[in-house]
Design a protein around this ligand. Structure first.
Ligand SMILES: [Zn+2]
Length: 135
């Protein structure tokens, strides 16, 4: 079994996880018009520029909209909140919202949280993300 201090991301091209457990999403920025995208793209949908930059996305944002999921696969305990978060880039990202369904509200401040997602074939913890209240 291989041991490493570098945390394993569930999608390394979309989520960077640092050794200290912090992390950020990875997106694209158009150098021509300033548009941001998540996940990364090769062509800007706004101005068709092809040389987009790969950039770390801001960790904080606000909840644009959400739904409360009551039925899901056995891997997900219900109910949970699924929503779109407008990050400060600006860019809109979908994700699970770690807020009580009774307390979730459009416009609330949220930030990226790095959470355990499962284990890989080598028994290492694989990390994913959710959005939670700003600490
Ligand atoms: Zn553009």
């Amino acid at each position: 079994m291989t041991t490493t201090k570098t945390p394993v991301s569930f999608r390394p091209r979309e989520l960077v996880v640092a050794e200290d457990g912090t992390g950020h999403l990875v997106g694209s920025r158009c150098p021509t018009c300033g548009a941001h995208y998540f996940p990364t793209r090769e062509v800007c949908a706004g101005c068709l520029t092809e040389d987009l930059e790969t950039v770390p996305l801001p960790r904080r944002g606000t909840l644009y909209t959400y739904t409360v999921v009551h039925q899901s696969t056995p891997a997900f305990e219900t109910p949970y909140v699924l929503g779109y978060v407008d990050l400060e880039a600006p860019v809109r990202v979908m994700g699970q919202i770690d807020v009580d369904p009774e307390e979730v509200a459009i416009g609330m401040a949220l930030e990226l949280k790095i959470v355990p997602w499962g284990t890989d074939d080598e028994g290492r913890t694989v990390w994913g993300y959710r959005f939670g209240g700003v600490s």
